[in-house]
Write a protein that binds this ligand. Structure first.
Ligand SMILES: Cc1cc2nc3c(=O)[nH]c(=O)nc-3n(C[C@H](O)[C@H](O)[C@H](O)COP(=O)(O)OP(=O)(O)OC[C@H]3O[C@@H](n4cnc5c(N)ncnc54)[C@H](O)[C@@H]3O)c2cc1C
Length: 414
């Protein structure tokens, strides 16, 4: 892998940037792989990367039906945090945040990680009381979180309207939370996985799974059959379809989740701000666009667009808290197909089919989980045994009733 450095950039600039190596190769599918990963989003790529670099399994292919990062990983609002309520969620998501803290260096790729803080607002005495308990739980989980008074909020976010219809009575911040450039994460992982020997095969749709008894032995794709000792599903909103091909069902609903950006302006918001009550969250991108998001559309859909009511509600909520944005024009809107579980906790680990593994149910909040998801899935695939951090995230929790209800942590707070 050609290393990126300041001097190398200067050298290439002087030669008109005509001699850069491609960041990853266009691979032709081989007949057989040790591991085939279905889905070239963040989770598929991270799993491949860690398999090759931590577990020495390099004969790996990532099969992507479109282009890598064209799913939710390239469409999300980049929120990264680990302020979860339950200990098992906090341990997993904080592992992810910790990996993010050194990932740019490890991948030799600038992920533009900004730990600008993640603020959650409270709009009533009841919500404030609930937040106090949540902050205590987060801190007991060993994760950073601090209460903020309205005055402290105003200092951090001067444009925030404290006297909204539901007045802002306080909030809390996770100072280590922030955002990571989503395309950079995809490209950084793809480049590092490719250089470790992984084949990244785009425009290759998996259309069926080859089973022998209750064991997976390969996949059928739009480019032909590929034999595989082990396979992993990492296809977000299309998890139910892949599970159907394998002959089992998953409790996942696929819904569109949208985001919007305004035209770019000078820096006006330097942190992430979330209001679960007014139902929106906001940040400003490196380009200067104000980035808005909210909850998923209220009906199931595989369409990557989303409905107009969600746009209207998100804009109305944003203007309630940030009235001065009313003069900005919306520039773009898009959506992704999210895979939502009943308890909004992911489904990770083994499946009823031998040698077939699942990383799904990431719903509206799986971007922040990509490094930990990749690391723990790679361990699980390499050892045919769930990594301890994801032992409670298995599919069987829906039969034994051991749900981990993180609904409150993931409603609008992706
Ligand atoms: C608008 C929006 C905002 C969000 N905001 C945040 C946020 O701020 N923070 C956060 O943590 N999370 C957020 N999320 C959620 C997050 O983006 C996802 O949970 C995460 O990216 C899922 O990653 P993935 O790799 O599992 O899926 P994806 O990135 O969707 O990748 C799955 C890939 O599988 C491919 N695929 C599907 N079927 C097949 C097939 N049959 N054969 C081959 N390939 C196939 C798809 O083309 C796709 O590229 C948001 C999501 C959206 C849509």
């Amino acid at each position: 892998m050609q290393r990126y450095s300041f001097l190398r950039h200067v050298g290439h600039a002087l030669r008109g940037h005509r001699h850069w190596q491609p960041a990853w190769q266009t691979a032709e599918p081989k007949k057989q792989y040790d591991v085939v990963i279905i889905g070239g989003g963040g989770h598929g790529l991270a799993t491949a990367y860690y398999l090759a670099t931590r577990y020495g399994i390099k004969n790996v292919a990532v099969l992507e039906k479109g282009y890598i990062g064209g799913g939710n990983t390239g469409r999300n609002t980049q929120v990264v945090r680990s302020n979860y309520f339950f200990p098992e969620s906090a341990a997993f998501f904080d592992h992810s945040l910790t990996l993010f803290e050194t990932l740019s260096k490890e991948l030799n790729f600038n992920l533009m990680f900004s730990q600008c803080g993640h603020i959650v607002l409270a709009h009533s005495e009841h919500e404030l009381e609930q937040q106090r308990r949540t902050v205590n739980s987060i801190r007991l989980n060993g994760v950073d979180a601090e209460h903020l008074s309205p005055q402290q909020l105003k200092k951090r976010v001067p444009l925030l309207n404290l006297d909204a219809r539901f007045p802002v009575l306080g909030g809390f911040v996770q100072p280590r939370g922030g955002c990571i450039r989503h395309d950079a994460l995809v490209w950084g992982l793809a480049r590092a996985a490719d250089s470790a020997g992984v084949d990244i095969i785009q425009n290759c749709e998996v259309t069926g799974l080859q089973l022998q008894g209750d064991k997976v032995v390969g996949v059928d794709t739009s480019l032909g059959g590929i034999a595989a000792d082990r396979a992993a599903i990492a296809v977000a909103g299309h998890t139910s379809e892949l599970a159907r091909m394998a002959g089992f069902r998953v409790p996942i609903t696929s819904m569109a989740l949208q985001a919007l950006v305004t035209e770019p302006v000078k820096p006006i918001i330097s942190t992430m701000v979330i209001s679960p009550t007014i139902h929106m969250y906001i940040s400003q991108t490196d380009h200067g666009e104000v980035l808005l998001g909210a909850g998923a559309d209220v009906y199931n859909s595989y369409a990557q667009r989303g409905g107009i009511p969600a746009i209207e509600e998100t804009v109305a909520a944003a203007l309630e808290l940030f009235p001065s944005l009313s003069r900005l024009r919306l520039m773009r809107q898009w959506s992704g197909t999210t895979d939502i579980t009943p308890d909004t906790t992911p489904i990770m680990g083994k499946t009823p089919v031998q040698n077939l593994y699942l990383s799904g149910g990431w719903g509206t909040g799986g971007f922040k989980a990509i490094p930990a998801g990749g690391d723990t899935m790679a361990y699980t695939i390499a050892n045919d045994e769930s990594h301890p951090l994801i032992a409670k995230f298995g599919l069987e929790r829906f039969t034994i009733g051991a749900l981990i209800d993180e609904g409150a942590a993931s409603g609008v707070s992706h």
